[in-house]
Design a protein around this ligand. Structure first.
Ligand SMILES: O=C(CO)[C@H](O)[C@H](O)COP(=O)(O)O
Length: 152
């Protein structure tokens, strides 16, 4: 699967681990940075770059990493068409795909061990959207709101 990943300094080591791990699993991973460790860097540009690439490549998924994952989720969700979830367990990661058809996962690298974060992301990538009518209906309600808002 084509994957786009981005992080600030807080997720730098985890991101490098994930790039290696995910490539070893056969994924085609594009690294949107940070490419060097800088304790003063800012997460929005890395996350927005990864999220824009997800929209540009239908069928791809995004991974954004930070200390908490909160700001990274917020940044990714600024990109039209992105549904980014903040996953904090294997179950919330799976539900993000099953119920929300999320196309970006955000993880707080400071909140978990590397093994836990890796398991959360692996679970997200392996899970399909259920396609259940009630879940699609709720997604469509959000899309309808956005369309109405943008037409104002
Ligand atoms: O999780 C994050 C945003 O939600 C950032 O990674 C976090 O805020 C970075 O913190 P600091 O600059 O103190 O290392």
């Amino acid at each position: 699967m084509r994957l786009h990943i981005g992080t600030d300094h807080a997720g730098f080591e985890l991101k490098n681990h994930l790039v290696e791990h995910l490539r070893s699993e056969g994924h085609d991973v594009v690294d949107h940075g940070a490419h060097v460790y800088d304790a003063l860097d800012d997460y929005p540009a890395f996350c927005i770059s990864a999220a824009e690439a997800v929209i540009a490549e239908p069928g791809s998924l995004g991974i954004v990493i930070g200390g908490s994952g909160n700001g990274e989720q917020l940044a990714a969700n600024r990109v039209p068409g992105i549904r980014a979830i903040l996953a904090w367990s294997v179950e919330t990661a799976k539900l993000g795909r099953q119920h929300n058809d999320a196309n970006v996962i955000s993880v707080g690298g400071r909140m978990h061990t590397v093994e836990e974060s890796t398991a959360i992301i692996d679970a997200f990538l392996a899970e399909p959207f259920s396609g259940d009518e009630r879940h699609q209906r709720r997604i469509d309600q959000m899309l309808a709101y956005e369309a109405q808002r943008d037409a104002r």
